[in-house]
Design a protein around this ligand. Structure first.
Ligand code: ATP
Ligand code: MG
Length: 603
């Protein structure tokens, strides 16, 4: 390819909204252009790399026996109503009505579409197992699209769905995809960490995310140095400590009755520590949460015994409810874990008005006693005794609180945010923390969709059976951006050979005379050998051509200048210095270099 015909247009400066390296470099090198907030178009050079990422994904999934299909991006809203996600996903979905007034969804994910497609033709157990996939456009109305294509609104996802006759087969399908994922990311030069992940309101029995470590990562990972435990903080559990009193001893049950203490200027945990001269491990922190679409039965609670429920897709839930969560004073609640234990689609701290309404006191004085709304006790409160807590009355706290005696939690569960230094639940090692970006996700869904959407097959006994599903996703654009995030320097991108837009750039200092002749002949020889090469024939200053080639990041550059002829400069993108080689040997050396680099990654 000739550079003059490639619509190369690089920028000296990245736009202001580009704050991370990959976004800046993708914009500056002209790989992408912005059409709107969270909407990016791939220009010719960028599209080549994007297609290579897709090709690697496709090859490995095909090798693993998955079957590619092409569903539509626009899906009837009725399918989402059947599965029970129409309301739950409303915020994230872009929907429209067609001229007949039928609801349509621009797919944010495709469990419904695949389940409906499989339902059409599935009859016998003999057809199972299989895993279908697509590489296709998705739209999610992200509240805060950012970092360019890392978190766009429209993006490309590889999403796969496995259909199995039972859990054991699902385990095998899941492992099969996990192995393919490892190969995929390795071939692109990405080191991924797989971590345990939240299974959320989707239910399901197992879930892992494939993360790349990144300073600008949206996810927080906790890893154990002593065993292979690794989890997203949204899922991470840790070993429960014995709660200690201020003297560092296990807390001791008290017979003293609850006593009210006037605490007019005590609002925060720090204030409490000073006022009571006690450590925060002796405090019961009580927080009011608003919970969306809680799927657990609350009919035994005072507040919700007659609450209106909604049944959708075979699941019954309360659209909006409030909980008081109590947790040891030195710990924090994780909203994702909270939502997961409540089988809810989300949970957030209640507004000031709601706090007052449901607890009788403003934030800071909320207490667990005498509430109508259910109290959820974090596991950290097990074995806590003689605690200090909010009184439920402004300006007062209470002492000598005993859980079980003074109030009874509706349920006890693990909802704390684990952090660095907490102990691994499996071996007791001390967690360390990393930031990461999620590139891929694998998830054992079970029968959630096949049940709600009535999919069955005839089992060996002749009776209808519900198949179990797994779902698997890779963010194609995010993967591309992460490759750049992990492979760049201050001059530009340093593409791994497998995903480079072109493998070799041939740059004549000036495209004329002998330089033109030599450059053309190297270009021809490389092209004949099947190497992807770009010839910079533009009438630009040599400095511009060099800067562009480093910014765009071709893995190998061959510079043909009359000062060096009959030698040419041979410079891998990441090499410190160029090497002079005879022009007649340059192509052969480049072919070898490209093949070696490909073999290292594909190996
Ligand atoms: P996140 O927590 O980052 O929002 P998610 O849990 O919503 O991700 P999944 O529903 O598991 O993501 O989607 C599968 C993959 O699609 C993700 O692993 C990620 O790589 C990609 N992805 C999700 N949302 C976006 C987005 N807004 N822009 C680009 N890629 C995305
Ligand atoms: Mg998301």
């Amino acid at each position: 390819m000739k550079a003059s015909k490639s619509l190369i247009s690089t920028l000296r400066e990245a736009p202001n909204d580009a704050v991370i390296a990959s976004h800046q470099l993708m914009m500056r090198s002209g790989l992408i252009r912005k059409l709107g907030n969270g909407l990016y178009a791939y220009m010719p050079i960028g599209y080549r790399s994007l297609m290579k990422v897709q090709k690697i994904i496709r090859e490995e999934l095909d090798n693993a026996g998955l079957l590619e299909i092409k569903p539509t991006v626009i899906v009837p809203g009725d399918l989402w109503k059947e599965s029970g996600r129409w309301d739950k996903m409303a915020g994230e979905m872009l929907t429209a009505q067609n001229r007949q007034g039928q609801d349509m969804v621009v797919s944010p994910t495709a469990e419904e579409a695949f389940t409906a497609l499989v339902r059409e033709g599935l009859s016998s157990y003999k057809q199972l197992p299989f895993t279908l996939y697509q590489i296709n456009t998705k739209y999610r109305d992200e509240i805060r699209p950012r970092y360019g294509v890392m978190r766009g609104r429209e993006f490309i996802m590889m999403d796969a769905y496995s259909f199995d006759k039972d859990q054991a087969d699902l385990d095998a399908s899941y492992d099969n995809v996990a192995i393919a994922y490892r190969k995929i990311f390795k071939r692109m030069g990405l080191n991924t960490i797989s971590v345990k992940a939240d299974t959320g309101s989707m239910g399901g029995s197992g879930s892992e995310e494939f993360m790349v470590e990144s300073e600008v990562g949206d996810d927080t990972l906790l890893l154990c140095p002593d065993c292979d435990y690794a989890a997203n903080v949204e899922k991470a559990a840790c070993k429960r400590e014995v709660p200690l009193n201020t003297a560092g001893q296990p807390q001791v049950k008290t017979d003293l009755a609850v006593e009210e203490v006037a605490t007019p200027n005590v609002f925060s945990i720090e204030d409490m520590e000073k006022f009571f001269n006690e450590k925060s491990t002796t405090f019961l922190k009580a927080l009011i949460y608003k919970v969306y679409n809680c799927g657990i039965d609350l009919s035994s609670t005072e507040e919700y015994k007659n609450a209106k429920t909604v049944t959708e897709g075979g699941v019954t839930y309360i659209p909006e409810s409030f909980f008081c969560v109590v947790i040891r004073g030195d710990l924090d609640v994780n909203e994702t874990k909270l939502a997961a234990v409540l089988k809810a689609s989300g949970a957030e701290l209640a507004s000031d008005e709601d706090v007052l309404k449901y607890s009788g006191a403003p934030h800071g004085f909320v207490g667990p006693i005498g509430l109508k709304i259910p109290v959820l006790a974090d596991e950290s409160t097990i074995d806590m005794h003689d605690c200090v807590a909010g009184s439920g009355k402004e300006g007062f706290h209470i002492k000598h609180v005993e859980i079980g005696r003074d109030f009874t939690p509706f349920m006890t569960a693990d909802v704390r945010t684990c952090k660095e230094g907490d102990c691994c639940p499996e071996c007791g090692g001390k967690f360390y923390m990393k930031k990461g970006n999620e590139l891929g996700h694998i998830f054992k869904l079970g029968s959630k969709y096949t049940k709600s959407m009535n999919v069955t097959y005839l089992g060996e006994s002749g009776k209808p059976v519900t198949p179990v599903m797994g779902c698997y996703g890779i963010g194609v654009d995010r993967t591309l951006a992460s490759i750049i995030e992990g492979h760049h320097d201050d001059k530009g991108i340093c593409w791994p050979m497998t995903v480079a837009p072109y493998q070799v750039a041939v740059i004549p200092v000036q495209y004329k005379d002998q330089m033109k002749e030599v450059a053309d002949s190297i270009y021809d020889e490389l092209t004949k050998a099947g190497i992807e090469v770009i010839l910079d024939d533009r009438n630009e200053r040599p400095g511009v051509k060099f800067t562009d080639s480093e910014l765009i990041g071709y893995p190998l550059r061959i510079v043909v200048g009359d000062k060096n002829l009959p030698n040419v400069e041979f410079k891998p993108r990441t090499a410190e210095n160029a090497e002079l080689v005879p022009a007649t040997e340059a192509a052969a050396k480049a072919i070898q270099f490209v093949r070696d680099e490909l073999a290292k990654l594909n190996g």
